[in-house]
Design a protein around this ligand. Structure first.
Ligand SMILES: Nc1ncnc2c1ncn2[C@@H]1O[C@H](COP(=O)(O)OP(=O)(O)OP(=O)(O)O)[C@@H](O)[C@H]1O
Length: 288
């Protein structure tokens, strides 16, 4: 398998927080969603792999090339969108183009114009007068106009209304129709990831708890509402975590179909990404 990004043992230590030995292989041509509660380290991870914050690692490569040795070339292939625009709000899309056409070798004026038209964005209006949705669409117009191979989004869809979010998810989907394109996206809105992610990376308190394919998660995890007896009957290896409710115990299991074949009358539901996250974060059971 070809990897767009490979990270080995990436560590970043702040006074009250550390990102601990995160290792990830992001397959080329996929959408990888990073989830985790507030302060889990999602932005720190993204900023570290972009060199915005200094971090230690054994390996950080993009398309097999070492990041530090090839930073300038690698950045040509990256488009990064944060939750707020980083451009001077006094600039217009025209001025932004003047700057970026000198920054990116592959800047495509016609493509930029076509995206501005598609998103109904004025060329000569200062972006301070743009709505949040318009600013976000401008970021996408820019990202798609310099032939980026990797799109990195850090909470870029938060604060947008469902209609614009849906448009943006469609844009991301269209971007990944090209198998050379890869997307890494951190989001609180796990239902967005349900729609587009091929893989989910779960960060918890600075550690990577898992990276799994979305399909694997969908097929394997299950939630059972039962009693303590049931909890004791199930194999400990199948239990991810459980949460004591007032009158029952909710159990997250990782071999739903296997358990169902043994306990045929047992009701096992398929959890959402958010529920899986909740069990790992709040449930009882040693993790890692
Ligand atoms: N420059 C910094 N100096 C000190 N601590 C920092 C710095 N940047 C981030 N942190 C700390 O690192 C931890 C992880 O923050 P980070 O923003 O990476 O989490 P996150 O998962 O992106 O959170 P959120 O979902 O709330 O955006 C937090 O405890 C934060 O206070």
């Amino acid at each position: 398998m070809d990897f767009a990004i490979e990270i080995e043992h990436l560590t970043k230590v702040f006074k009250d927080f550390s990102l601990n030995h995160v290792s990830l292989k992001i397959p080329k041509g996929t959408v990888v969603g990073i989830i985790g509660e507030n302060g889990a380290g999602k932005s720190t991870l993204i900023q570290s792999i972009l060199g915005i914050v200094d971090s230690q690692y054994d390996k950080l490569t993009y398309f097999g090339k070492d990041f530090k040795q090839n930073e300038k070339n690698i950045k040509e292939d990256l488009a990064v969108i944060f939750d707020t625009t980083h451009y001077d709000l006094e600039l217009t899309p025209r001025w932004i183009e003047r700057i970026l056409s000198r920054t990116f070798q592959n800047w495509n004026h016609e493509l930029y114009q076509s995206y501005l038209q598609k998103f109904e964005l004025p060329y000569d209006k200062k972006i301070k007068l743009f709505s949040r949705g318009m600013k976000m669409k401008l970021e996408f117009a820019i990202a798609f106009s310099h032939d980026a191979k990797i799109l990195i989004l850090d909470e870029a869809t938060s604060g947008l209304d469902p209609i614009i979010r849906d448009e943006i998810l469609n844009l991301i989907r269209a971007f990944t129709e090209d198998e050379n394109h890869t997307v890494l996206i951190s989001s609180h809105i796990t239902s967005d990831l349900d729609k587009i992610a091929d893989y989910i990376v779960y960060l918890y308190k600075g550690k990577c708890i898992f990276m799994q394919t979305y399909d694997e998660m969908n097929e394997n995890y299950g939630i059972i509402h039962g009693t303590k007896d049931l909890l004791n009957t199930l194999s400990q290896d199948d239990i991810v975590a459980y949460i004591q409710e007032p009158y029952s115990i909710s159990i997250l299991v990782k071999n739903r179909q296997q358990i169902q074949s043994v306990f045929q009358d047992l009701e096992i539901t398929r959890p959402t990404i958010e529920e899986i996250m909740l069990f790992y974060a709040k449930g009882v059971k040693e993790i890692c």
